[in-house]
Ligand binder design. Structure first.
Ligand code: UDX
Length: 435
């Protein structure tokens, strides 16, 4: 089958590569010419496990282009994967999405099937049909197929989805969906075919629910800190109930990334504009925003002044396993350290370049190549992602390298019993003090 994928970020590039691996004929279109030039050479423009090797295999089978008239072909299915970042008042910024529709309307030369994988407000599927048909003499069938992949495991998620949700209006679209998915994934997965409106809502509803789970557990963690509880054990006990489950119950400095912050505010905006205030999601957002101040409070209570102190920051991405720094807690935390004249030495396995690009104006950060170089002579350390490299550090490593082994762990990655000899603060768990 023929596909044109529009927008080559995490969703689009991974989808284009997987479609090509499954021997579909793929055109991959993005307006960013530099990105297209790199992809043509077979260079993956994002870090994702196995993406580079798969791209190297299929690069000559995919036609990468930044030319819309080359991309919108006569007999293919068009898959829209452009980003819809948070815009004014939390509403999704749909400018890239409508630019994609303009490119389709201008260049389509026959009736066309369009698949929306971007996260878009409810009603977009219907509005897309009206918009395209007002600008083009052809008919358009629109499928809503939101993507649920997580960064850092995008290839795995696309190949092993927990569920595939597809919103269709026509029988033709329903048949196409079954045909595409039949050849594409042999493994077991749950295919749920519903209306476009439901599919659009399912994406926001899922991300809103997961974000709420995190904020709920972070609020419980604050309670644990006050009453002498241990949030990891509380979460473990809750997770034994299959109605609750173990996922997204990890307390920490809060959620970041490109999805949860924008999708929670997008859901509030959608429901607010329909006069259904989404108070639960608002509360989840407020907890998340204050979680960083809560974490910093632990540091300020321990050190009256941070002036001149050397701080090791381990983890700059919004989570482990990605180079993405969008909405990373490292930004507000490092800014707060700067305001108090601390000196930061930072390390991340993947995200240093991206972080540096955004933080360039701060001269007081030194980036190093290994976690232990960051810890060397530090007055205290802050852990902001649960990267495997950080998990491997032991109490001995902190004690041996640091000026004073004081660690603030924003991801609760160490067992308390393994931190003997370190002054160790985490979230919602008792502190460990050297005897
Ligand atoms: C998320 C959704 O999981 C995915 O389905 C959707 O398509 C896009 O948004 P992603 O943002 O890539 O994916 O990462 P995810 O692993 O879900 O983590 C999101 C944030 O929540 C990260 O900042 C992570 O550190 C945080 N998190 C996650 C917690 O703080 N605690 C948890 O228990 C889980």
């Amino acid at each position: 089958m023929n596909f044109t994928v529009i927008g080559l970020g995490y969703v689009g590039l991974v989808n284009a590569v997987i479609l090509a691996v499954y021997r579909h004929d793929v055109i991959a279109y993005d307006t960013n010419k530099e990105k297209i030039a790199l992809l043509k050479q077979g260079v993956a423009t994002i870090e994702e496990p196995h993406l580079q090797e798969l791209l190297s295999q299929v690069k000559d089978d995919i036609r990468f282009t930044s030319n819309a008239s080359d991309a919108i072909r006569t007999n293919g299915y068009i898959v829209i994967c452009v980003d819809t970042p948070a815009g004014k008042n939390g509403a999704p910024d749909m400018s890239h999405f409508y630019a994609a529709l303009d490119a389709i309307a201008e260049n389509a030369s026959m009736d066309t099937m369009v698949v929306i994988r971007s996260t878009v407000p409810v009603g977009t599927n219907a509005a897309t049909k009206v918009y395209l048909e007002s600008k083009s003499p052809h008919k358009f069938d629109i499928i809503s197929a939101p993507e649920f992949l997580s960064q850092g495991r995008a290839i795995y998620d696309v190949l092993n989805p927990a569920r595939i949700v597809v919103g269709v209006r026509s029988e033709k679209a329903r048949e196409l969906t079954k045909r595409v998915l039949h050849g594409y994934i042999e493994r077991k997965f749950k295919l749920f075919i519903t209306t476009p409106e439901n599919a659009e809502l399912i994406k926001y509803a899922s991300n809103g629910f997961l974000a709420t789970k995190i904020s709920y557990v972070n609020t419980l963690a604050r309670l644990c800190d006050l009453v002498g509880g241990d949030i990891d054990d509380v979460a473990k006990g809750m997770a034994l109930d299959p109605r609750i489950g173990p996922d997204f119950l990890k307390a920490g400095v809060g959620y970041g990334g490109s999805c949860f912050p924008k999708d929670t505010s997008g859901l509030c905006w959608i429901s607010g504009s329909n006069s259904v205030p989404m108070k639960i999601i608002k509360a989840a957002m407020e907890v998340n925003e204050s979680q960083i101040a809560y974490f910093l409070g632990k540091i300020y209570r321990r050190f009256r002044s941070l002036s001149g102190l050397k701080v090791a920051v381990l983890g700059l991405a919004y989570k482990a396993g990605t180079e993405d720094v969008r909405n990373s807690p490292a930004f507000p935390i490092i800014k707060a350290l700067h305001e108090r004249n601390a000196y930061v030495i930072a390390y991340d396995p993947l995200a240093i370049d991206n972080f540096h690009d955004v933080m360039a104006r701060f001269t007081k950060i030194r980036y190093v190549d290994y976690p232990k170089d960051a810890l060397k002579d530090a007055d205290f350390a802050i852990i902001l992602t649960d990267a495997e490299e950080f998990r491997k550090l032991t109490a001995k490593d902190f004690i041996g390298a640091m000026h004073s082994p004081v660690v603030f762990d924003g991801r609760n990655i160490y067992d308390l019993k393994d931190m003997q000899g370190v002054e160790y603060y985490s979230i919602g768990r008792p502190s460990v003090k050297p005897s």
